[in-house]
Design a protein around this ligand. Structure first.
Ligand SMILES: CC(C)(COP(=O)(O)OP(=O)(O)OC[C@H]1O[C@@H](n2cnc3c(N)ncnc32)[C@H](O)[C@@H]1OP(=O)(O)O)[C@@H](O)C(=O)NCCC(=O)NCCS
Length: 172
């Protein structure tokens, strides 16, 4: 395991982190490159519902990022929007450290995510991290790709708090 520091992304980091998107061919299918990533990271930094993290190596180089919505999973969990590690650093445990840090940001420590049906290595990675398949969203983003919904529940408390599940029905 290659230990990295994980810290919140800053405006100055956005360009370097967006470069990691460009380097990973996965996102070409979504036409999501460095420019699109840069703009979406910059916008998200100004939104308190979003949390962006970067993984840096000792010299300060950014080698990975994670983008999580801490209560974006049906109000009872977090939602991992994106995670990426620089290809030169794949397989060194950086993704694992980013996932753990992202889970720590999530409501109840539980996180949901979508992974493309063609991204088999991504699916293996999430399964190894303890994520289970909950279903498949047909052509959810691209017309020829299904998105697989996965989630990992934090260990259940003895008396779970169910208020969040019904919050949409509560009186204002
Ligand atoms: C998926 C990803 C974030 C994993 O990060 P990582 O730092 O390589 O992962 P770790 O080192 O913690 O874990 C390695 C595991 O990830 C999986 N993996 C996925 N892609 C991999 C790659 N290109 N190289 C090596 N392992 C990869 C393997 O299952 C591997 O397990 P193994 O060591 O038993 O073979 C990273 O490979 C990546 O950025 N991929 C491209 C973008 C992507 O698929 N994002 C997820 C969907 S949004």
């Amino acid at each position: 395991m290659y230990h990295v520091e994980i810290r919140p992304m800053t405006t100055e980091d956005c360009k370097e982190a967006a470069q990691i998107v460009q380097e990973n061919p996965l996102w070409e299918r979504y036409e999501y490159g460095a420019d699109e990533a840069f703009h979406s990271f910059t916008n998200a930094l100004g939104n308190q519902d979003e949390m962006l993290l970067v993984a840096t190596e000792p010299q300060g180089e950014i080698v990975g990022f994670a983008w999580v919505q801490p209560s974006g999973g049906l109000g009872r969990a977090g939602y991992l929007r994106l995670i990426g590690v620089a290809p030169a650093h794949h397989g060194q445990g950086i993704g694992e450290q980013l996932i753990q840090a992202a889970e720590d940001e999530c409501v109840g420590g539980t996180m949901m995510l979508l992974v493309s049906d063609f991204n088999e290595r991504g699916q293996q990675f999430y399964e190894r991290m303890g994520y289970k398949r909950a279903g498949e969203l047909e052509a959810f983003v691209l017309s020829d790709v299904n998105e697989i919904l996965m989630w990992k529940r934090k260990e259940q408390e003895e008396k779970p708090d169910i208020t969040g599940a019904f919050s949409t029905f509560s009186e204002e």
